[in-house]
Design a binder for this molecule. Structure first.
Ligand SMILES: [Zn+2]
Ligand SMILES: [Zn+2]
Length: 780
């Protein structure tokens, strides 16, 4: 072994070795239980950040753990490389707007960009030593995945779970597309209530609104049926100020009497309640805002203005006409688009939906059939499902995505779908060849594409494209912010397509925060948090060890001091291995008669194997690492190596058989400590294995070994070890307190114990490491 361990250089060598030897290749013929992992395909929307490194590595540790338990681990990887996030990346990089260049040209630019990023991503995961089988890689935009996505869409259409309708939909005027509720962020902002006088038979009826620019779209007023102030107004007509047309006054329980004046203006559409009332009461539709966020041409006073400018203008107009009673600053909730941060409008348009509202109960009850790790994450899912207000809109008026295999009859407007054999198909490129029920033969292709979640929600089926039966998959993993999207949508799709769970276990990881409450986002990707830079500076093992420091699901702060701690650990491990291996040079594989202290370190190692595997089966990578650290630092380094040191160096004093006993226990405990750590720090453990253990074990890689499976541990030996440890620590404490060197002579040590025999057999070792002249005993 080299004197010093050159982290980056050796890591690169180990990665090359794994690649060359196909160490992590999934063996479909191996038989045995398959442990399949549904890895989140990272969105190709910019560079990876340390949050990715954190959560993906935590899952990778689990893949390695399961492999070392003897399971046949299916660990594929994919890229989610279409849809709005990818389009925005390409627009940003190229300085273009998709809407301003030909669709095919834009899509070509997208294809070039994603290849560049995917290569970069793959290299990055490889530089972290990921044990992925890259031959199972998928892209959500590739033809084979498009085919699956379109085919499953048709399955939903057949089952009546996907439908198209003209109705109010959440709309981003910046991205010029419909969006789903899951892409909506809400925040509280200051806004102004404008009190405007509506007139009912000559009587003024004040109404407060935050959206006066929608006045021309006002289709009725609502009051609460129990609000006695307004009983006599119900079903009468009110005149709209400024525009002077009449609208009805209706009742609905949703009206809050203490908000504003208790009379609500319903415009198409100011918010989701307006949209709900529009459907519930079959109200007329007056379009005020177009898809780009401008006021429609036929709206008096404000046509052609952007929404904010229109609001200012209409307030001026109302004021000029003496039509503002008062104004009031309030705080209210506004919805913004998660991708661009711009306020969301609601407009009516023809969109495709997946029905989720009618099966909410089932989506809630299935939560109990999935194992959530940590369990608390289930509540986030339940809160989201309970809060759902809209069916899942899956059509996006965008360009680079999976096309809908759909056309519309030019004569009657009905839709027709492609045949299964035609998939994948782009209706913009291939005409529909059949006839409509109405007899017409001319069709217009659907130009919208699928919401990217509509494809990433079927990753279990995408993983099955290689001919494996995987569903329900063993495990899905991701960070907690996409429970409302990826978890929820995948559950919806799985229930509709298969009637079953998509996976058995859900492993939910936390975020990395720069400081309290501040997520390290892609946009603030400075050098300090740049994962590539960190790997180059600290090495993959150092970073991997750090990722396992946090409790599963908990957010963690990033500090380079933590990485220095990891680095010190790697050095310590290397030096301890170097010391041990030096003394194992002449190790003969016979089983000697073991001394109690040697039996103890073996038992203690077995105990940690049992404890940490139990924790790892519950995905507690952090707590498991803590157990292993205790074994390595406290038992193995601080005590065991110190106790047996002289026995290893001086067989002439301690005896040859005694030395062999020490070698045997040292070999066993060191090898098993390396196997425990192999899942966290695969490079250094592999290197040490290659340097020494491989010649004896004759298996290509440490990562192909299995963890021991001890039946149970001997409690007495563990208790003896604890007593021995406290003897040593009391002795050290005594010397420190009395300013004595650790080598200073001790006239006498008195040990109170119920393991006198074992202590007597350990006397030479204790004397050697304490320099005690005499040891006597008191029964406990
Ligand atoms: Zn947007
Ligand atoms: Zn027709």
């Amino acid at each position: 072994m080299e004197k010093n361990y050159n982290l980056n250089e050796i890591e690169k060598q180990m990665q090359d070795f794994w690649r060359k030897e196909n160490i992590y290749q999934f063996d479909r013929n191996a038989g045995g239980e398959i442990y399949s992992i549904d890895t989140p395909p990272p969105t190709v929307s910019g560079s990876l950040h340390i949050g990715h490194l954190f959560s993906y590595t935590q899952a990778e540790i689990i893949a390695r753990f399961r492999r070392m338990q003897g399971q046949n681990v299916f660990y594929p990887f994919g890229f989610d490389d279409n849809g709005l996030p990818t389009e925005r990346l390409v627009e940003r990089e190229e300085g273009i707007k998709a809407a301003n260049i030909p669709r095919s040209e834009f899509n070509e630019k997208c294809k070039t960009t994603i290849i560049k990023y995917e290569n970069e991503f793959k290299e990055f995961w490889q530089s972290l030593g990921f044990s992925v089988d890259w031959s199972c890689q998928y892209q959500t935009i590739s033809p084979d995945v498009c085919k699956i996505s379109q085919s499953l869409f048709l399955d939903l259409v057949k089952k009546g779970k996907a439908y198209v309708k003209e109705s109010p939909v959440l709309w981003c005027t910046e991205c010029v597309t419909s969006i789903a509720q899951a892409e909506l962020n809400t925040s509280d902002t200051d806004s102004t209530f404008i009190y405007i006088p509506f007139i009912v038979d000559g009587i003024t009826l004040p109404v407060a609104t935050t959206r006066p620019e929608l006045l021309y779209g006002c289709v009725c007023l609502f009051v609460n049926p129990n609000d006695e102030r307004y009983t006599h107004f119900i079903n009468r007509k009110a005149s709209v100020p400024l525009y002077n047309y009449e609208i009805p006054i209706l009742t609905d329980n949703k009206v809050e009497p203490d908000k504003g004046t208790g009379v609500v203006m319903c415009a198409t559409f100011g918010d989701s309640t307006d949209a709900e009332w529009y459907c519930k009461y079959s109200l007329p539709y007056k379009k005020i805002i177009n898809t780009n966020g401008y006021i429609e041409d036929d709206v008096p006073f404000i046509s052609g203005l952007k929404v904010e400018a229109a609001r200012t203008e209409i307030i001026n107009k109302l004021r000029e006409n003496g039509l503002i009673i008062k104004t009031e600053t309030i705080t209210h909730t506004v919805g913004t688009h998660e991708r661009c941060g711009k306020p969301i409008e609601i407009i009516s348009s023809r969109q495709w939906y997946i029905d989720v509202m009618s099966n909410k109960e089932r989506f809630l009850s299935i939560a109990d059939e999935i194992n959530w790790y940590p369990e608390s994450m289930k509540n986030r899912y339940i809160a989201w499902v309970e809060n759902l207000k809209w069916d899942w809109c899956i059509s996006r008026q965008r360009y680079f995505g999976v096309p809908f295999p759909v056309w519309y009859c030019k004569n009657c407007g009905k839709y027709v779908t492609a045949d299964e054999e035609q998939l994948p198909i782009n209706p913009l490129e291939t005409a529909y060849s059949g006839k409509c029920q109405c007899g017409a033969e001319v069709f217009i292709p659907e130009t919208a594409v699928f919401d990217t979640w509509a494809t990433s929600s079927i990753t279990p089926q995408i993983n099955e494209r290689l001919g494996l039966k995987l569903t329900p998959m063993s495990m899905r993993t991701h960070a907690h912010e996409i429970i409302r999207t990826w978890t929820f949508y995948t559950i919806v799709r799985s229930l509709y397509h298969t009637g079953k769970l998509p996976w058995k276990d859900l492993m939910i990881c936390g975020f990395v925060l720069a400081k309290k409450g501040e997520k390290i986002s892609k946009s603030k990707n400075n050098n300090e948090f740049n994962p590539k830079h960190l790997i180059a500076t600290y090495s993959a093992d150092v970073l991997r060890y750090w990722t396992a420091g946090a409790r599963l699901g908990s957010d963690t702060f990033f500090s380079t001091e933590d990485l220095n701690i990891s680095r010190r650990f790697i050095t310590k491990l290397y030096n301890a291995c170097k010391f041990a291996i030096f003394h194992l040079d002449d190790f003969a594989f016979s089983t000697p008669i073991l001394l109690p202290v040697d039996k103890w370190i073996i038992e203690r190692t077995n105990e940690v194997i049992l404890k940490s595997s139990k924790l790892l089966y519950e995905y507690e990578i952090g707590s498991a690492r803590h157990e292993i650290d205790n074994l390595f630092w406290k038992d193995f380094c601080d005590n065991y190596l110190e106790i047996i040191k002289e026995r290893l160096y001086k067989p002439e004093v301690h005896g040859t058989e005694e030395r062999k006993s020490g070698q045997y226990a040292l070999y066993y405990s060191l090898l098993n400590i390396l196997k425990l750590y192999a899942i966290y720090i695969p490079h250094i453990t592999e290197y040490i294995y290659q340097e020494f253990f491989k010649q004896h074990i004759k298996i290509k890689s440490i990562h192909l070994l299995k963890w021991e499976n001890p039946y149970k541990t001997d409690e007495n030996l563990i208790a003896f070890g604890e007593q021995l440890k406290s003897v040593i620590s009391d002795m050290r404490k005594y010397k420190t307190e009395n300013n004595l060197s650790m080598r200073a002579e001790m006239p006498k040590i008195v040990i109170q114990t119920d393991f006198i025999d074992w202590f007597k057999q350990t006397e030479k070792d204790i004397k050697a490491c304490s320099n005690a002249k005499e040891i006597c005993y008191i029964y406990m």
